[in-house]
Design a protein around this ligand. Structure first.
Ligand code: 26W
Length: 835
């Protein structure tokens, strides 16, 4: 055959490759080839690790086909696109999810069995992609799954941190952080795309020049440049042929870094500068809800915003040339909190300085494409950057921010003439000894949409934190109650319950979770209830095995599995939970144990490494656990365990095996919560305050199926001025006894004084979280929980109704609302790969 013919055949076959088989035989065939030919293993080197690699490569090929077809389909109709900009994507493992969404789950199971292995064993080879702290990062991951499932042209843009969320090890009851080098053994799920590398500039200064029209044009010179290299991760929709993209940027030094120093003979110094450039994507900041103001963090934020926008603009120009007329119509940027909000001034800069647009046109585009989601009301989490730091790192951006602010304050002055106090309050630049850029205000001024993440949260934003802005632009503000993906958080993590549900109402619920309401009619069906209980027991067993292995504590399967897993923070009140456990222990000790309901309490979560009180709370949980678990009086009646290194993968075991979900934050502090939704979907009952999405959960399931306690957000605010924890403790015998046990060092016999900071926090009249105030109501409500659990039929019915009414908390619903109200994208179905 001559070369020409070969070439033609090759070209044709590239665009028209025969589809890969989706049956077991094709999968086994590919698996075998990858295992022996690609990875060079044989039956003597049988290892879970290489089997995992071979399996991923086989599945990945099937993703690739659909990925290409999805891109073609979007290009074909020149689809409008949304971009989800986030410093965090907490993806967890990909294998099970890819197999499920591609419809390869059964074929995968069988393939692995052919080798005499179990899928679970192989899956353990995969490290969690822990590129996030908590709720905000996991929400981003759930959203991507829903966008692909709804066939929306949405791309995630994030950071390829070399070290993700730290690994938490517990030593002598204390948290130790270990680096999470998750990429050590390679990441078969990513595809490096060096051809789309972008250049991001830092530092330098601005030079003003006349351009050929005689206009002053800025030049950003003497910059220190860093390359941004994209790695693409496929995001498969649920059995619909769509595969979207998560594009993660990695920092890489330019080749000409520090030429000056090279020439001056400082070779090692200049090679060292490479490290400083590449530091940008070295590590995820492990702070959740408190802002640290570190310069490297600002570098990360700008790096993400700039690389992503340049990438998007380059693609635009590739298709439309330099005509930006329809750019605003075709593009939407969703800012996941203020972290990527440099995107506002950066888009202005790119349009004006690099694409010669005037201010007004650039502002029209920016302010009609940006949308901002707020995830917290805590004032300490609101990001500000010092003006001097900003100026040194991003001088041109700061100029643009000042201009945005000047124009914005003119609007404020026009609306409220002479109201200087209000101008000062609303200014994007906070005056003071060191002036600060208020990133939330910048994001609001630059966006056409601002949303909170649960009804209460959105209401509190407009009444409090952002009230001035709400008065100015009420039309911008809206609510989008969070959701979680039912693929990972029910279908994948709870196969036994999924089978029962599908047997009962069909399989439509996976892509349309509202169908779960059909389960309600079986809540009184004895046969169904029986099966429901059996499933729960199996899942409790799985959870108990993990607790035994990771904590060395044995959980009694007859007991209530009472679980609180989330980041450790004072506002989330793990302390309140511990006080209750100590109270139960005290009751056993004093013989108040008639009609006792056995209870196993599990707490897990990471503390920010610099958050002293949170780390001390972990220590308290572990010390209390050690004392009560060792006391024979608690045998089969009470257990407490702290689960180390809580992450996405452990939640996949926890949610299905839990009876009771602890959502006990001080009302008005938890923006939404999403763990609460995962528990509900899997049939756990909730004990919770009127906070975040708990309110909406209770509305859906009905108050008789939800254990409500504590003050409302309004009551919390009223009590603030006259809060007297000492009086509350003195008047409550149970709480007094708990405090006495703590004070006398019952849980720290050989570590005197270590819990004094916690005791002080509880008894402080300025305690923002008002732990003592809700103790009575919490303990009484836990007593009602215990009574309910003595009636098996009743709790089974309640459990079924929780799952049945959880449809609203699918992220498919949330994303449909984002799309209806903010993005307005059309869904696009790719040509399906022939099977
Ligand atoms: C600057 C440091 C920093 C880092 C993270 C500040 C703030 C954050 C986020 C607010 C942390 C976070 O994850 N927030 C959570 O977002 C979830 C998704 O919307 C909500 O469900 C949680 O209630 C909220 O705490």
């Amino acid at each position: 055959m001559d070369v020409k013919t070969l070439q033609k055949d090759f070209e044709a076959s590239l665009t028209d490759l025969p589809p890969l088989g989706m049956d077991v035989h094709s999968l086994v065939e590919d698996f075998r080839r990858y295992y022996s030919h690609t990875l060079g293993r044989d039956r003597h080197s049988r290892s879970a690790h290489y089997a995992y690699q071979a399996l991923v490569l086989s599945i990945r090929d099937r993703l690739m086909e659909r990925w290409q077809h999805t891109r073609y389909a979007y290009d074909e109709v020149d689809a409008s696109h949304a971009y989800y900009l986030s410093l965090e994507f907490l993806m967890g493992r990909a294998l099970g999810n890819a197999a499920l969404n591609l419809g390869l789950d059964e074929a995968t199971e069988l393939t692995v069995r052919c080798l005499g292995m179990e899928l679970e064993e192989l899956a353990e080879s995969e490290q969690d992609a822990g590129l996030g702290n908590g709720g905000l990062g996991r929400l981003a991951a759930c959203f991507l799954d829903s966008c692909a499932t709804l066939q929306l042209p949405v791309t995630g843009y994030g950071m390829r941190y070399e070290y993700g969320m730290f690994r938490q090890v517990i030593t002598a009851g204390e948290q130790i952080e270990e680096p999470d080098h998750w990429l050590r053994e390679g990441n078969p799920w990513e595809l490096e795309r060096p051809e789309y590398t972008q250049r991001v500039r830092f530092g330098g200064r601005i030079e003003w020049q006349h351009n050929n029209q005689g206009k002053q044009q800025p030049r950003w010179v003497e910059t220190h440049d860093v390359l941004a290299v994209p790695y693409d991760v496929p995001i498969p929709g649920y059995r619909n042929g769509t595969v979207n993209t998560l594009r993660l940027w990695q920092a890489s030094a330019t080749d000409e870094f520090n030429l000056g120093e090279f020439n001056a003979g400082f070779y090692p110094e200049s090679v060292a500068a490479k490290t400083s450039a590449e530091q940008i994507t070295l590590v995820l900041y492990p702070n959740d809800a408190s802002e640290s103001g570190k310069e490297l963090r600002l570098r990360q934020q700008y790096f993400l915003a700039s690389a992503s926008l340049q990438d998007i603009i380059a693609r635009w120009i590739g298709i439309h040339g330099h005509d930006f007329t329809n750019f605003a119509e075709k593009n939407r940027f969703q800012l996941n909190d203020t972290h990527p909000s440099c995107a506002v001034p950066e888009l202005m800069r790119l349009l004006m300085d690099e694409h010669s647009m005037g201010w007004d046109e650039a502002w029209r585009i920016t302010s009609t494409t940006m949308a901002y989601t707020n995830h917290t009301l805590l004032p300490e989490a609101l990001e500000r950057w010092s003006v001097p730091t900003f100026k040194r790192l991003l001088p041109r951006l700061l100029d643009i921010i000042y201009e945005i602010n000047a124009r914005f304050l003119a609007v404020v002055a026009q609306r409220w003439p002479g109201d200087i106090a209000r101008q000062r309050r609303m200014s994007i630049i906070e005056e003071g000894s060191t002036p600060q850029v208020r990133m939330a205000y910048l994001a609001i001024a630059g966006s056409f949409s601002v949303n909170g993440v649960a009804a209460l949260h959105s209401k509190l934003l407009t009444e409090g934190l952002f009230n001035d802005f709400f008065a100015l632009w009420p039309e911008k503000f809206n609510n989008k109650t969070n959701g979680v993906t039912p693929r990972r958080w029910l279908a994948l993590c709870n196969p036994t319950l999924s089978r029962l549900i599908t047997d009962t109402i069909g399989e439509g619920w996976v892509a349309d979770l509202s169908q779960l309401t059909e389960l309600a009619q079986y809540a009184n069906n004895p046969d169904f209830c029986n099966r429901w209980q059996k499933v729960k027991l199996l899942n409790k067993q799985r959870l108990a095995e993990m607790v035994e292995a990771d904590c060395g504590v044995s959980f009694n399967l007859e007991a209530i599995f009472d679980v609180q897993v989330k980041r450790i923070h004072e506002y989330k009140r793990q302390l309140l939970n511990v006080l209750h456990v100590i109270h139960l222990y005290d009751r056993l000790k004093r013989g108040d144990s008639d009609d006792w309901t056995p209870r196993c309490v599990l707490i897990g979560g990471k503390a920010a490494p610099g958050y002293f009180i949170a780390k001390r709370i972990i220590k308290l949980i572990n010390n209390v656990a050690a004392v009560i678990n060792a006391d024979p009086i608690t045998t089969d009646r009470l257990r407490l365990a702290f689960l180390p290194n809580y992450r996405v993968t452990t939640m996949e075991i926890i949610a299905p095996g839990s009876d009771l979900s602890e959502q006990v934050s001080t009302a008005g502090k938890e923006a939404s919560g999403t763990g609460n939704m995962k528990f509900m979907m899997n049939g756990a009952l909730t004990i919770g305050t009127l906070d975040g999405a708990n309110i909406e959960i209770r509305e859906e399931v009905g108050e008789e199926n939800f254990f409500l306690f504590g003050m409302s957000a309004a009551e919390v605010n009223v009590m603030r001025s006259h809060y007297d924890p000492a009086a509350i403790i003195a008047a409550d015998e149970d709480l007094l006894r708990v405090m006495q046990l703590l004070r006398c060092g019952h849980f720290n016999q050989f570590e005197p004084g270590i819990f004094d900071p916690l005791l002080h926090a509880i008894t402080n009249p300025d305690d923002l979280w008002m732990t003592a105030a809700d103790f009575r109501s919490y303990v009484d409500t836990q007593q009602r929980v215990a009574e309910a659990f003595r009636d098996k039929e009743r709790v089974t019915r309640m459990s079924i109704l929780n799952t049945a009414t959880s449809g609203r908390f699918s992220s498919d619903r949330t994303i449909s609302e984002y799309n209806r109200d903010i993005w307005k994208l059309k869904s696009v179905a790719p040509v399906t790969v022939e099977e």
